[in-house]
Design a protein around this ligand. Sequence first.
Ligand SMILES: Cc1cc2nc3c(=O)[nH]c(=O)nc-3n(C[C@H](O)[C@H](O)[C@H](O)COP(=O)(O)O)c2cc1C
Length: 470
Amino acid sequence: MADDGHPRGRLAGRLIGLGVTGSIAAYKAVDLVRRLQDQGADVVVLLTPSAARFVGPLTFAAISRHPVEGDVLALLPDGRIGHIVIADSVDALVVAPATAHWLGAMANGLSGDSVTAACLATTAPVVVAPAMDGDMYAHPATQANVRRLRDDFGYALVEPESGPLASGQQGIGRLAESGRIVDAVVAALAGRPIREPRSERRPPTVAPVRDPDLAGRRIVITGGGTREPIDTVRFIGNRSSGKMAVALAEAALDRGAAVTLVAANTTVSLPDGATIRQVETTGQLRAAVLEALTGPGDEAGPDALIMAAAVADFTPTRPSAGKLTRGERVILELSPTPDILAEAARIARGLDAAGEPTRQALRPVPVLVGFAAEAGSLDRAPGKLVRKQVDLIVGNDITAPGSGFGTDTNRVVIFDASGGQEALPLLAKREVADRILDRVARLLGERDATDVDGDAATRQTVGPTHEGQP
Ligand SMILES: Cc1cc2nc3c(=O)[nH]c(=O)nc-3n(C[C@H](O)[C@H](O)[C@H](O)COP(=O)(O)O)c2cc1C
């Protein structure tokens, strides 16, 4: 992994479709997935029905983190046609191992399985690595099919190797070593741009099954983007969809937490299991966060607060009570909004605006996580962590491909209070959510271990401050 958080490798950022057919060498495709991933590729696997009898789809789904495309007649859950989605989004298709039967089907354009169908439908380069008994490979029919794929279709052939075969024979027919196949993929892609960076056009991902390691924890998450009124109908807003917060909420629920989601103008459906607080403005979001933080009455506050909402930095100083009409020139004066995360951190730690102890801290102090959406460099993120006195800042460059508002993926760097930083590759937002929650779970465990009083029910509740209330 590079320091800048971008995965390194000869296939960094690439999506590779791996077609596996019904050869005894199908098990070697598992290693090939890993070798492609080692080079930074995201791999989606297609199986012929025969291949699925050699190696189960579960194995490939678990290691590739994508549902396996094994039934040419089945649709994806969202209604898209799987082999077409793969054909249209992959940077390259690799068929390894390719059986004699599959070579014949492909040479004749017979799209009876997902692998041939995707190869027919794609304009991406195709790399084919045959594997079979030596006599099968030497047969004129097989050789004619290989020639047709190579010479007429322009496919890159990775010739099989010589050695002992499953049939008991010695001869040419062993699947080429994974390294040779990876080299052929790299060579086929030389000089080509990433074909489909938009995650929503790529194949879906599968979420891993997690332990309920947040059972009994209460987590407050903010998401979406606030809107600051200019007049009764207009507002200043931002493009945040709430996808990252929803991914965090769903992941926390799956791990057993009780979740409150403070949702500001989100454009995605919200998880059923969460308590939802709908807000519109920064002022409303602040009120909802401070109420959730301190808990009404005797109720204990949350174990963690994760501020993923895109909160307006400015609000119109004097919003118009009516609807502004066309004609007059309007000068909009903007005032800064309060820094809700910093304020929440001060309350949690019992500090005043100058950072001096002023009252008892919440006990235990909730884990505080902020997001820093930056356009370009993340240099400012560690400073934000120190200034706001939070445990983690998740920095993301919203201008990077596949990152930021409205996308299904994100590329983030997690900064922690001990000065460490963890740069994650481009991941599905759900995966990013789980990585963040891994950190939260760890911090909660450490906090429990050091909390000598250890009784969350006795934690202090402190009323919200009112400085800067818009
Ligand atoms: C144990 C076993 C191993 C096989 N290995 C190969 C092989 O390495 N190469 C091959 O071309 N066919 C092999 N076959 C035959 C294929 O599985 C068969 O032709 C099948 O129809 C291929 O289907 P597909 O090309 O749609 O995946 C094997 C069959 C069996 C029973």
